[in-house]
Design a protein around this ligand. Structure first.
Ligand SMILES: *[C@@H]1O[C@H](CO)[C@@H](O)[C@H](O)[C@H]1NC(C)=O
Ligand SMILES: *[C@@H]1O[C@H](CO)[C@@H](O)[C@H](O)[C@H]1NC(C)=O
Ligand SMILES: *[C@@H]1O[C@H](CO)[C@@H](O)[C@H](O)[C@H]1NC(C)=O
Length: 596
């Protein structure tokens, strides 16, 4: 009896609080204008919290637009009632990350019970998807919303607009008046002193998968400026088939839906460049390469590194294998239909392998990730995606690259391998793949960037400054993480904290990429901010693919049950095992147990 009335009293109390609370802002003034005595644009200091939009006026006053942020108040810092309730239920992202990467019995249960697994994937897809603007709002040429951001697809999207011009410091109002010299930054923060292997046993199949996969949508048009892309908004498999119709036509066999191939040492390889008309590969003019070492691939860059050539060859073989399967099912189909349908199947395989093998390893989540787009059907998930300039910037993962690779009894340094696929033919494709599987990749952290690719990093940092990326803490806030309080909070390392303090003056002034790589370790392959900022862009890009949408995601799209099964059972291991001459061994994204 007593308990009953206590509960009623408690419910009554909560109801009264809720009503009073909601009344307290139902009459809030529309105009939140805040006067300041600053002598610069007050929006330079990012006063608006919780994704409120800052607008300044000539008298140096500003206004935060809190519409649809779930917050109110001059700086959008006060939570509305429902926001508070949701915040109470929602786990803190840092804590959630620790849970997801810990061996808990709850994951074992979820991994083994279908509907719980579906619920987990639905939560992951939706919560990540919600963090990405859809439709896109910003591009790199304006620090405010423009219609061009949406309609001009030559632009990469932007998640946070550029830092406004004419602020007191390069990063807004905090930190040094001039950003650190890039050579000094390379030396102090990024350059590898000694190779640091990745502690999660990551191998070179992973490193090259990352590069091969992401180059389909990271295609900066450098003849223009780094805010422009030549590519499309997601997983279009243009890294396998070619970006332009001319390129795609050039590498097609025009029969049975297949891609052109040639036979070398009894194995299928992509055709020589001289046997294909109308495409160019990125072979540098100053390097002598014989015609027998020039290949025509779906991506102009991919013949320059043997690991990328390996993936190109394997995917070409997979496409042709799928064509045979389809032709067996549909002997009446013409070349065009076989080609187009195989391409859809390949797209599905790429997404499946990326989620279930690649992201699984990258995140080190202990809950099994599953490619099940049907779990978001009928929800608020938007099947629309654009590539963000910041995503491209974030994905500069050169620390993964070791200084060289041992293949059988021969050691190749990075430069020995650059611009040539010769090593693949010296040892044979399978031997090369074996080496990739058993060689360790580097740790994705500061002080581990191979010296030979430092110029790439320097150029990228220059571009980041040109595009006026906001600092690491603004991105932390944008993705619901608490900003770093100071340099120790960021790095957890006294020497590095001291160096960064000298270089940047204030933790809010630390540049985006520098913050991503200097953050203390997390249980994933990368520090936490990289996971929680890159994760949403990545999940969104994978699940917003048209093949995942309700009217596409069905067997007929993939030529029937047989094709749909290929997609639904794809794995990294199968991809290689179905397309290697010898028995495939150790195919995974980590080196086999016992590797030194
Ligand atoms: C809003 O932010 C400004 C600048 O950070 C600060 O000076 C001011 O006190 C804040 N106002 C409120 C109501 O929180
Ligand atoms: C996109 O914007 C750029 C820069 O303003 C411009 O050069 C280009 O022509 C635009 N493209 C389209 C399709 O409007
Ligand atoms: C890259 O930009 C240049 C200069 O605007 C343009 O002529 C070219 O077509 C673009 N390349 C692609 C592949 O879009």
């Amino acid at each position: 009896m007593q308990a009953m009335s206590d509960r009623r009293r408690a419910i009554g109390f909560i109801a009264v609080v809720a009503v009073v609370w909601s009344l307290s802002f139902s009459g809030k003034p529309q105009n939140n204008r805040v006067a300041t005595t600053l002598d610069y644009d007050p929006c330079c200091g990012y006063p608006c919290g919780n994704q409120g939009v800052c607008m300044s006026f000539p008298d140096r006053s500003y206004e935060c637009d809190c519409t649809n942020t779930g917050h109110y108040g001059a700086n959008c810092s006060k939570a509305e009632f429902m926001t508070t309730v949701v915040k109470l239920i929602k786990p803190d992202p840092e804590y959630l990350h620790i849970l997801l990467t810990s061996d808990l019995w709850v994951w074992k249960i979820i991994n083994n019970i279908g509907f719980l697994q579906d619920a987990a994937m639905k939560y992951i897809f939706l919560s990540r998807g919600d963090q990405v603007d859809s439709p896109v709002r910003f591009e790199s040429d304006h620090s405010y919303i423009t219609l061009d951001a949406y309609y001009n697809e030559t632009y990469y999207a932007r998640t946070l607009p550029p830092i406004p011009e004419h602020c007191p410091t390069p990063m807004g109002v905090k930190g040094v008046k001039e950003l650190p010299n890039l050579d000094l930054l390379m030396k102090k923060v990024f350059a590898r002193k000694e190779f640091i292997p990745d502690p999660h046993d990551t191998n070179l199949l992973f490193q090259y998968y990352a590069q091969h996969f992401t180059h389909q949508f990271f295609r900066t048009n450098y003849t223009m400026c780094p805010q422009f892309t030549k590519g499309n908004g997601g997983v279009d498999v243009s890294n396998i088939y070619g970006l332009t119709e001319q390129h795609r036509r050039a590498i097609r066999m025009n029969s049975d839906g297949k891609l052109k191939y040639q036979v070398i040492n009894d194995e299928h390889y992509p055709p020589y460049l001289r046997d294909v008309q109308g495409i160019e590969m990125d072979y540098p003019p100053h390097i002598p390469i014989t015609e027998d070492n020039k290949f025509a691939l779906g991506h102009p860059f991919f013949a320059l590194l043997p690991g990328l050539f390996v993936f190109s060859t394997i995917w070409m073989r997979e496409h042709n294998r799928v064509c045979d399967v389809l032709k067996n099912q549909h002997p009446d189909w013409d070349d065009e239909r076989l080609y187009q349908t195989a391409k859809l199947i390949i797209t599905g395989e790429v997404i499946k392998i990326t989620i279930e093998d690649y992201v699984q390893h990258l995140s080190q989540y202990k809950v099994d990730l599953k490619f099940k787009p049907q779990v978001v059907h009928g929800t608020r998930f938007q099947f629309d995606n654009r590539i963000n300039a910041e995503f491209n910037h974030l994905y500069h993962w050169h620390p993964l690259i070791p200084d060289g690779i041992q293949v059988e009894d021969k050691y190749y340094s990075l430069m020995d391998m650059a611009f040539s696929t010769k090593s693949v033919f010296t040892h044979g494709l399978d031997k090369f793949i074996e080496s990739m599987a058993t060689s360790r990749a580097g740790k994705l952290s500061h002080s581990n960037h191979p010296l030979v690719t430092l110029p790439v990093l320097k150029k990228m940092m220059e571009n980041g400054r040109k595009l006026r990326y906001q600092g690491i803490n603004e991105y932390r806030k944008r993705f619901a993480l608490k900003p770093f309080k100071d340099f120790m909070d960021l790095t957890g390392d006294e020497a590095l904290a001291k160096d960064l303090q000298e270089l940047y003056g204030h933790v809010d002034a630390v540049e985006f990429y520098v913050g991503l790589l200097t953050e203390k370790d997390s249980p994933s392959l990368t520090p936490l901010t990289m996971v929680n900022v890159g994760g949403p862009w990545s999940v969104k890009g994978l699940i917003a693919n048209p093949i995942c949408s309700p009217h596409w995601w069905k067997p007929s799209t993939f030529g029937g049950d047989v094709g749909f099964d290929i997609v639904n059972s794809a794995s990294l291991e199968k991809l290689f095992c179905n397309n290697m001459k010898s028995k495939c061994k150790n195919i995974a994204f980590k080196v086999p147990r016992g590797t030194p």
